[in-house]
Design a protein around this ligand. Structure first.
Ligand code: AMP
Ligand code: TRP
Length: 327
């Protein structure tokens, strides 16, 4: 199967991104043809400082590699290095209705948060995302729950285009993990853990030091009951159990049994240690990749070339269908 996913180079890659997305990518790359992109064109919908955007693109790419995404198995690249994304996005935007875009939760949410910068890109963001996916005849898109609505729009656009112009695009399926599809903030367990959260204690980055990770888990907000049990009414401890299970491989039920009689304090230390241990090799590899920018650039370039080769075939087909003269 062909798999596609992407991540915006904003903030830092959190354990939410890791559990909800990257961890599944690692499994999928073993048996499938995968493409994973740093979606820097998507990141532009919110104001960026150019030098920081560039640095973060390198950093995110190094984090991909440090997590175990393997350029021998998957195509890893930076979105803006493959111009076909923008080309297809324009074409698809002409089969998308403004009403469909205005309904998107992320658009409404980001408009509220960036009142002084409700740019057209914020509205057409899902069209670019559809282009990312449809360029590569993608079968499956592994994402967290927050992207489900964008995936549904992608499917609608593919079907609409196919009906209007004849069979062109593969209609992709979302792939959303059952457990961990929404890791929540350590400071407000009712809100998703977000890369761009300003409260440092709310998120854990995959390259945080062991000390910082321990501190953040010790400060994690829970309720007052002090019993290690998963339930909808207790989002704080349930979130910690989900994180623990994702990094230890132990099921939630088994962890509940093992920590029976223990308090939140003990459990927070156990979660912190488990996460810090699991991420320690990621941190080390990350530092090594960041020390060799030339190698990072080589891998980026190779990925972009491979992606571009596939994308240009789709573009050629699309242009023919819609009546553009051949170039
Ligand atoms: P983003 O941080 O919006 O660039 O998202 C990158 C990927 O991580 C997408 O597949 C998201 O659905 C996923 N993701 C982001 N935040 C979380 C979270 N708190 N829990 C689970 N998955 C997440
Ligand atoms: N919009 C996604 C997010 O914010 C990132 C993304 C961009 C993406 N292009 C994609 C995800 C294509 C899946 C497929 O999380």
């Amino acid at each position: 199967m062909r798999i596609y996913s992407g991540i915006q180079p904003t903030g830092c890659i959190t354990i939410g991104n890791y559990i909800g997305a990257v961890k599944n990518w690692l499994e999928l790359q073993e048996e499938n043809e995968c493409l994973f992109a740093i979606a820097n064109q998507h990141a532009m919908t919110v104001r960026q400082v150019p030098q920081e955007l560039r640095e973060r693109t390198y950093s995110f790419f190094a984090q991909f590699l440090a997590c175990g995404l393997d350029p021998e198995k998957s195509i890893l690249y930076v979105q803006s290095n493959v111009p076909q994304h923008s080309e297809l996005a324009w074409i698809l935007s002409c089969t998308t209705y403004i009403g469909e875009l205005e309904r998107m939760t992320q658009f409404k949410d980001k408009s509220r948060k960036n009142e002084d910068n409700i740019n057209a890109g914020l509205l057409t963001y899902p069209v670019l995302m559809a282009a990312d996916i449809l360029l590569f005849k993608t079968d499956l898109v592994p994402v967290g729950k927050d992207q489900k609505q964008h995936l549904e729009l992608t499917r609608d656009l593919a079907i609409r285009f196919n009906n209007r112009y004849g069979d062109t695009f593969v209609v992709p399926e979302p792939y959303i993990p059952k457990q961990g599809a929404k890791i929540t903030s350590l400071q407000n367990p009712l809100e998703k853990m977000s890369k761009s959260d300003k409260d440092q204690n709310a998120t854990v980055s995959i390259i945080d030091s062991a000390d910082v990770i321990m501190k953040k888990f010790k400060r994690a907000v829970t309720d007052s009951e002090n019993r290690i049990a998963f339930s909808e009414e207790k989002p704080g401890i349930s979130n910690l159990l989900t994180i623990y299970s994702a990094f230890s491989g132990e099921s939630i039920e088994s962890a509940e049994r093992r920590f029976e009689g223990k308090g939140y304090g003990d459990f927070k230390i156990a979660v912190g240690e488990t996460v810090a241990d699991a991420l320690s090799p990621v941190r080390e590899k990350y530092a090594a990749y960041m020390a060799d920018k030339a190698e990072l650039e080589r891998i980026m370039k190779e990925g972009a070339e491979k992606a571009s080769r596939i994308a240009s075939r789709t573009i050629a087909k699309v242009k023919k269908k819609i009546g553009f003269v051949s170039d």
